[in-house]
Ligand binder design. Structure first.
Ligand SMILES: [Zn+2]
Length: 338
């Protein structure tokens, strides 16, 4: 009988090893291990043996049972792993083509921001980032705007505490960079800025800027005009005229605002340009010597220019949008057009 049990055990090993699918596996389990299965029938037959033969036969049956259980477990894990860890009912075919899934797209202001950065990076400017929660010192003092300066009224902001505020411009990054490196400096600083402005067609309490700065020996207003004119040419295409109007900023001297000819009327005058033929696009100027003094640059040797571009403003001009609030109302009918 012991020989017979060994043969059954070997046979079961072959059968479990070649079993395909859960159904066949279950049939084999019942055949060998079930209550009326082959091993159970051997146990019953032990009672008919002579008493001195019973212990060895019982041990043989138990050994065979342990072996068959391990064949079953092996076959089961083999079948499950080949089905991707799932039972056949939930098996998922990863090679099937996917359901159509809605694709995202970039926000128009992000598109314009990327384009601005690309243009300036190609001209040799390095991207520098700074904190949105800024010290008053970097946002105002070091940019030649002391506490009693009237220009602070135009840039009122949100204060976190006495000397900590949400930055009103990305210009503080200039100061932070100049504090850590010696000239030459050629950088742009993109980011979000904040002002205590009520929302209307052209104002929001939060907007984005790209600040630019170049400091070296012999930098003149001519360099400033050259870089910015090339920027306009790449951003808006050939044929847009530019002009620089004198302006005032506390941190530049002389200061200017840059205009481009109106794209709607071609410069003849229309509603978009309020009849002037020109649209303002950015503020700029030669860095005020006081600003360079704050970072201990030698103002006898070094000069520089700076400019600040409103990203939403450029996006509005680029896509002929007349209300800045549209960018942040999250209306997909609007946002899907870009
Ligand atoms: Zn116009």
């Amino acid at each position: 009988m012991i020989e017979e049990i060994k043969r059954i055990q070997e046979k079961s090993q072959d059968e479990f090893a070649s079993a395909v699918g859960h159904k066949e596996l279950e049939q084999l389990r019942t055949k060998y291990l079930g209550k009326r299965g082959i091993l159970a029938s051997f146990l019953k037959r032990i009672g008919t043996l002579d008493s001195e033969l019973r212990p060895a036969a019982g041990k043989a049956v138990n050994d065979a049972k342990r072996a068959v259980v391990s064949f079953f477990e092996e076959a089961k894990s083999r079948i499950e792993s080949s089905a991707g860890g799932k039972s056949p009912a939930t098996f998922f075919d990863y090679t099937l083509p996917p359901y159509p899934f809605p694709k995202g797209f970039l926000h128009p202001c992000t598109l314009v921001m990327d384009e601005i950065l690309d243009i300036f990076m190609e001209m040799g400017f390095e991207v520098e980032l700074g904190p949105e929660v800024e010290l008053e010192y970097y946002n105002f003092e070091a940019l030649n705007t002391p506490k009693d300066h009237p220009a602070r009224d135009l840039q009122d902001t949100f204060y976190i505490s006495g000397e900590v505020l949400l930055r009103t411009q990305t210009s503080p990054v200039q100061v932070r960079v100049m504090e850590t490196i010696d000239p030459p400096v050629q950088m742009i600083s993109p980011g979000v800025t904040y002002r205590r402005d009520a929302a209307d067609m052209t104002h929001l309490p939060m907007f984005s800027q790209v600040e630019g700065l170049m400091v070296d020996r012999g930098i003149t207003f001519g360099h400033l005009k050259g870089f910015l004119t090339e920027f306009v040419r790449q951003m808006f295409g050939e044929g847009r005229r530019t002009r620089f109007r004198p302006h005032y900023f506390p941190f530049t001297e002389p200061s200017a605002e840059m205009d481009i000819s109106c794209g709607v009327c071609g410069g003849k005058g229309c509603r978009a340009c309020k009849g002037t033929g020109w649209l303002e696009i950015l503020g700029c100027g030669m860095v005020h010597p006081h600003v360079l003094d704050f970072v201990h640059y030698d103002t006898e040797k070094f000069t520089g220019f700076a400019f600040g571009i409103g990203v939403e403003r450029i996006a509005m001009l680029r896509y002929n949008i007349d209300d800045i609030r549209l960018f942040f109302e999250n209306d997909l009918r609007f946002l899907k057009q870009f």
